[in-house]
Design a protein around this ligand. Structure first.
Ligand code: UDP
Ligand code: MG
Length: 156
């Protein structure tokens, strides 16, 4: 049984600077996920540390914290059936050279350090990350998207 979930997706600073926002949004939009929040912002040091707390102490952590603050990000919340796992599949593996061709990271990125997109790795991470970047009143969930209508009609 597929469950409806929310996930936090961000176009990272390299993706914004390279003009890939539309391309990345399109990958999730055309799948049928429902966009319920989107904004551009500069990540503060506090947000960066909250977001990537699980990686503190790892060799790549200082560069990761610097990278996520190196320009604006485009932060989004997407909703849909099994969206946490499905969005990770659309993104591809952390390391672009190990990612499946056709995924965002395989198609658009060269190295794992600068891999253009972030996506939550679990429902719990998603809710935690959404609350770092969005207030509840910024989520626009009061509309039906086509995928929801299709899935309801199928009785899933
Ligand atoms: N990262 C890195 N070097 C590594 C592993 C990760 O620079 O060896 C960066 C990369 O930007 C990655 C982020 O840290 O997207 C978070 O790492 P994680 O393992 O959570 O990968 P993700 O969930 O983004 O696929
Ligand atoms: Mg991660």
């Amino acid at each position: 049984m597929l469950t409806e979930e929310r996930t936090f997706i961000a176009v990272k600073p390299d993706g914004v600077k390279r003009g890939l926002v539309g391309e990345i949004v399109n990958r999730f939009e055309r799948k049928g996920y429902k966009l319920i929040a989107l904004k551009m912002l500069d990540v503060t040091p506090e947000m960066a540390k909250q977001h990537y707390g699980e990686h503190e102490g790892k060799p790549f952590y200082p560069r990761l914290i610097e990278y996520i603050q190196s320009g604006p990000i485009v932060a989004m919340v997407w909703k849909g059936y099994d969206v946490v796992k499905g969005a990770r599949a659309i993104m591809g593996s952390t390391c672009p050279n190990e990612a499946q061709v056709g995924t965002i990271r395989a198609d658009l990125a060269l190295v794992k350090e600068y891999n253009v997109v972030h996506g939550s790795d679990s429902i719990e991470s998603a809710e935690r990350e959404i609350s770092i970047y969005f207030n509840q009143d910024e989520l626009c969930d009061e509309y039906d998207n086509m995928a929801e209508i299709v899935i309801k009609d199928l009785g899933c």
